[in-house]
Design a binder for this molecule. Sequence first.
Ligand SMILES: *Cc1c(COP(=O)(O)O)cnc(C)c1O
Length: 394
Amino acid sequence: MTITPLMPVYPRSEVRPVRGEGCYLIGERGERYLDFASGIAVNLLGHGHPHLTRAIQDQAATLMHVSNLYGSPQGEAFAQRLVENTFADTVFFTNSGAEAVECAIKTARRYHHVKGNGHKHELIAFSNAFHGRTLGTISATNQEKMRDGFEPLLPGFAYAQFDDLEGARALVNERTAGFLVEPIQGEGGIRPASDAFMKGLRQLCDEHDLMLVLDEVQSGVARSGTLYAYEQYGIEPDIMATAKGIGGGFPMGACLATEKAAAGMVIGTHGSTYGGNPLAMAAGQAVFDVILEPGFLEQVNRMGDRLVQALEQFIPNHDDLFEGVRGRGLMLGLKMKVDSRAFVAHLRKHGLLTVAAGDNVVRVLPPLVIEDAHVAEFIEKLSLGASTYGATVE
Ligand SMILES: *Cc1c(COP(=O)(O)O)cnc(C)c1O
């Protein structure tokens, strides 16, 4: 037998964390890493945050799970909080990002179905998108590496170039249900959509009665410097998927919608055994307690600006390696001239964790609670990594 007990679908690195302390991870042999990966934009309060840890511990001891067959004071309270702080009127809780996107797709299709327009079932998605790994969500990307061997995939998707409004407009026809788009592509390489693109999609939706479905699984929950990235574009979606940071490490997600968009989501149309259970709600509430504190978003933006400034100063000294920095808030990407995966691996050896992404980008996704000292340490480690890169054979 050569297959490993853990299904070998990930190229797992030599980093084997067993403990976390704030912005640091500690490996099996006691080695420390500065964690500017945050479990891929998940641990937004860092590791072992006392408020989040305590909330989960207390809720686990009080009531961990009950079925969605019962009333949910915990779910109602957190949904209310999301409604108060976003465009949405209603929320469906899930256990992951892909499930949140699945619910968003279903909500968009049902919207047209209950209006008697069942033929309007096609969502226009975008090149290099990432929406998750379920059959529905891999159908919503045209990235071959995620689709290969899993056909037949779900019909009902068309693909335009990301940030190309005219391309998107050209695909609208009588079957179109709406658009599914990440306002800032994450896996695709930290690519923020332009203002004109996002506003243009909103306008197309208004003109043709289409659903604007945003995937803010990575960009959401304060990561981009606003609670959700759509706020920065001066538009609102009809439906939105959120996950990753929302539980601060507890697996959960949500599909948010306006009352109009959710018209078809009536009793019996959707469900989840675990989704929105009391333990998840406690985690989500604890995260929101922290990120909604006055000054929190300002601090995220201040740290984001510091990082960008420091990187912009640093990059010219290593212009053989780096092309530039892009992103919003603390969702940043370093566009590389050398292979980003190899460089991320090299940085790990210098005790720094980042994440590779498409378009040859190194993602810089620190916990949102970093301070000046972490920025300084990051630049120091990056600098050491840059000056030794290529000197050793990877
Ligand atoms: C990570 C991610 C997903 C999938 O989330 P999972 O929790 O892995 O299912 C979907 N969309 C975007 C934009 C993501 O970054």
